[in-house]
Design a protein around this ligand. Structure first.
Ligand SMILES: C[S@@+](CC[C@H](N)C(=O)[O-])C[C@H]1O[C@@H](n2cnc3c(N)ncnc32)[C@H](O)[C@@H]1O
Length: 273
């Protein structure tokens, strides 16, 4: 199962191609700043606006040690390091994305503020109580063993620390496939927000807040679908590079499923007692 997930997310030379896109948008390649990556580095519904909303609800303090589980291109990790002064470690199953996250961080001068390693959410390479907090964005949809996922998050967070997720959930049905996280139902493991809450309780967490972001997500995906309908805009978008040749179908399917609330986007904020 994990091999299929890695194959789904692996794109050769992704960082180089994303940097070329950023440079084609007029940024100086010799002096790239972290904000130049906004628009290409967030692999989740709602992009940077969603990252900012999610981060705003986390109990963050400068100097905190955080773990980003399934960090992708590292967009959220760099944002939390820059905006909140946290030290962020990202782990991801897909080595090509770990390499891309490192390259992008180095190119915007943040190589010493975030670090990225290849690892599975189901077997975190960290000791008990290593982090002040952990979070995960749009990863659970690829993970069948959510009990193991949350047990691992619980183990590595310190007592009193936080764990939060922002995921696509099932509300009233299934999406059409492909979607951005899966080509077919075999690698898509959607659960209801109630089931996620139950699993988080079972892992030992205290669930503090459940936030429905479906309306914001549906609006963002409808806007993306409209934007890429223009071939000129699609040529300047990162979606074809990140999602592959069938990016239009993936975006249309998630936009439709969020639009009629078959699926939802939820944040769940927890604390390790
Ligand atoms: C949709 S992307 C989201 C990336 C990033 N969190 C973001 O929001 O920009 C999903 C990521 O989860 C990673 N992933 C999926 N299953 C995983 C697992 N079992 N352990 C670690 N990472 C996983 C994938 O490799 C991919 O980078």
């Amino acid at each position: 199962m994990e091999e299929r997930v890695v194959a789904h997310y692996t794109r050769e030379d992704l960082a180089v191609r994303l940097l070329a896109l950023v440079e084609a948008q007029g940024r100086d390649p010799r002096r790239l700043r972290p904000e130049d990556l906004v628009g290409v580095e967030d692999m989740h519904v709602g992009g940077r606006a969603a990252t900012e909303r999610f981060a705003g609800a986390l109990p963050l303090q400068p100097g905190m040690e955080l773990l980003d589980i399934g960090s992708g291109l590292g967009g959220a990790a760099r944002f939390l390091a820059l905006a909140y002064g946290c030290r962020v470690t990202g782990i991801d199953l897909t080595t090509a994305l770990v390499a891309a996250a490192r390259t992008l961080s180095a190119r915007v001068g943040m190589g010493d503020r975030v670090r990225f390693e290849t690892a599975s959410a189901l077997d975190l390479p960290f000791a008990e109580a290593s982090f002040d907090g952990a979070y995960t964005i749009h990863v659970g949809m690829n993970v069948a063993a959510k009990d193991r996922f949350y047990a691992e998050a619980f183990r590595v967070v310190k007592p009193g620390g936080f764990f939060a997720l922002y995921d696509v959930v099932r509300l009233a049905g299934d999406p059409g496939y492909p979607v951005p996280w899966a080509e077919s139902p075999e690698t898509s493991h959607l659960a209801t927000p109630e089931r996620l809450e139950e699993l988080l309780h079972e892992a030992g967490f205290e669930v503090r807040e459940v936030v429905d972001r479906t309306a914001e997500g549906a609006a963002a995906m409808a806007e993306s679908a409209a934007r890429i309908a223009d071939p000129g805009a699609a040529a300047r978008a990162s979606a074809p590079l990140v999602m592959g040749a069938d990016y239009r179908a993936k975006i249309a399917n998630i936009a439709a499923a969020l639009g009629d609330r078959r699926l939802g986007c939820f944040e769940i904020h927890c604390r390790r007692p």
